[in-house]
Design a binder for this molecule. Sequence first.
Ligand SMILES: Cc1cc2nc3c(=O)[nH]c(=O)nc-3n(C[C@H](O)[C@H](O)[C@H](O)COP(=O)(O)OP(=O)(O)OC[C@H]3O[C@@H](n4cnc5c(N)ncnc54)[C@H](O)[C@@H]3O)c2cc1C
Length: 432
Amino acid sequence: MSSAIHVIGGGLAGCEASWQLAERGFAVTLFEMRPIQTTDAHQTDRFAELVCSNSLKSDQPPSASWLLKEELRRQKSLLMRAAEDSRVPGGQALTVDRVVFADVVSAAIEAHPNIKIVRAEVTGIDPAQPTIIATGPLTSSRLAETLTRFTGADRLFFYDSISPIVDAHTVNREIAFAASRYDKSLDGTGDYLNCPFNKPEYDRFIDELMAAQAVEAHVPEDVPYFEACLPIEEIARRGRDTLRFGPMKPMGLIDPRTGRRPYAAVQLRQENLRADSYNLVGFQNHLKFGEQKRIMRMIPGLEEAEFLRYGQIHRNTYINAPALLTATLQMRAHPNVFFAGQISGVEGYVESIATGLVAGILAADHLSGRAPVAFPRESAIGSLCHYIANADPRRYQPANIAFDLFPALPQPLKDRRERQTEICRVALEACV
Ligand SMILES: Cc1cc2nc3c(=O)[nH]c(=O)nc-3n(C[C@H](O)[C@H](O)[C@H](O)COP(=O)(O)OP(=O)(O)OC[C@H]3O[C@@H](n4cnc5c(N)ncnc54)[C@H](O)[C@@H]3O)c2cc1C
């Protein structure tokens, strides 16, 4: 085995990075602080635990999210293999059983002869030691303090929220109906349960939501929420109909009881292989638990619902990547140190896996004495890393993969679908 490297954090990015290094023959020491010390969101000691939704987003070409996953599959990503092995129906999305997913990853990591696992919190960084920092949005406070000093920049915080989960047996199926929007289901059956609202029901729901008590979180008044993950009470505050054009939109749904499109709808997505729990899609919130139960039970079909988990608010820690990293995910000032996952300034499960894969592959090059070369700019992986390294450091916001991160095509195409199909073709050709 060749030289040793430390990977800090056994989450999505850290596991993918460790696997890529170990498969290339490098000795990896993987540090994970759970279960000795845990975070506000993790519930197990398993590697690659999904802390909120069980969806890895669209797996339908030509979407940017599909493209990123397809590139990862072609790069032999361990976590994409685990996602296939744990897949459950989810319409056009790649949806997984979170327990099976974490088990597949944990078994692979634990059995790899090149990976040594150390269950301990890391609190210091040695720039002489090759290291990948993949401690995620809930990085322990002691390490976060070290990183503030080590990066010489201000640590950034913002707040996200997570959605409630209900027990499937307590959903009233005489009201909630199975369907995917516009009948686009993977297997011909409805992959979602849909709770339909008429106008008076919607109005009552909005009134109660606006009047509900939120958790007194230690969150400043001017919380800079990540726009794609707004709590529902915050969305409702932006206008009475805003939820109806967002997570409660009824488009593409027909209520079989009325034969008409409902006024609004809440979608429930299957959580695991036994279909015994459902996630309220896009219903992240930080209402007090008692209030949450009362208000969520106003949703038609959920009058008797039992909640397995309530929505919550959480902290997100990330570095100011464009000021600190190159597109190879190495620190400009300390090339031995790589960042990967949410802390590197990306947002989302698959984006975290992607940066873990990049850090693993390029750290292997670095350890072999070859200068790491960034992934091709035309690819989804390359575009994500390019954004991290080149966005405006004065106003840095973590990114999900999206077509606006890609370089312009040499021949502009007017038709949106044709343009996206061509971007995907070019990307896959570049990313071999
Ligand atoms: C509550 C919450 C909900 C989220 N929901 C979604 C969602 O629904 N969909 C989505 O796409 N993304 C979501 N995200 C964002 C993000 O995709 C996930 O957090 C994802 O797990 C990030 O992967 P990661 O590898 O960067 O971090 P993680 O998967 O969190 O892994 C980091 C690991 O590092 C460990 N660690 C931390 N500090 C130390 C230390 N000092 N020493 C040793 N180990 C340490 C942690 O225990 C953890 O296991 C959510 C984030 C949070 C916090």
